[in-house]
Design a binder for this molecule. Structure first.
Ligand code: IMP
Length: 196
């Protein structure tokens, strides 16, 4: 099947998605497609942001593509940082500042439950389809591990004792929100849409 463009500039997301789709589907990142744009994420929901990104790239290229938007939703913080996860501590997109702010805001809270939620927006032959992946878990009191990216060092998925940052990519894929959403996309494309 034709190559799918993954509408992101995030190298960590590209590596994860490629490791999941290895041998199943061919994906090319924006930089591999020669596209150098910063796509806006101005909306109040993950769904709307994911949709904005895939539609932006579809309008630019006319090619099949997908995007994803992810948020960390912490129960004890009423779902924050959620759709604002990338800019929780300000517009600089500084992971360390985001983590520090989250740990500070949660430190006296006994409810450490959180979940990563990913929305994928796929545009195939001009039509859009959305897929969701959720990973439930707990927020740690301190950062642990050096792998991964974003909030990985403070998130332990249910069923593990390790943070995502203490896992390698294959281990993270066993639990991850992104993997769950992409598995739905693969099923849709191969079984429902009849592509292979
Ligand atoms: P976005 O989907 O690129 O807007 O990401 C929102 C925020 O969540 C950014 O701070 C990312 O670094 C973070 N993030 C996205 N996916 C993950 C993940 O799988 N693990 C940890 N942090 C993530």
């Amino acid at each position: 099947m034709a190559v799918l463009i993954f509408a992101t500039n995030n190298k960590n997301k590209v590596a994860e998605i490629k490791s999941i789709l290895d041998g199943v589907m061919e994906v090319c990142s924006l930089s591999e497609a020669g596209i150098n744009v910063d796509i806006p994420e101005p909306h109040p929901t993950l769904e709307a942001n994911a949709s904005e990104k895939s539609n932006f790239i579809y309008k630019l290229t006319g090619k099949d593509c997908f995007s994803e938007d992810t948020g960390l939703e912490v129960e004890g913080l009423n779902g924050a940082p959620g759709v604002k996860s990338a800019r929780y501590a300000g517009d600089a997109c500084d992971n360390k500042a985001n983590i520090d702010k989250l740990l500070f805001n949660l430190k006296d809270n006994t409810n450490k439950k959180g979940r990563f939620r990913t929305i994928i927006s796929l545009i195939i032959e001009g039509k859009e389809f959305l897929f969701e992946g959720i990973c439930e878990g707990q927020i740690t009191d301190v950062e642990k591990g050096n792998n991964g990216f974003g909030y990985d060092a403070i998130f332990i998925p249910d069923g593990s004792d390790l943070t995502f940052a203490e896992m390698d990519m294959a281990q993270k894929n066993n639990f991850s929100h992104r993997k769950k959403a992409i598995v739905k996309l693969i099923y849709f494309l191969t079984q429902v849409y009849g592509k292979n």
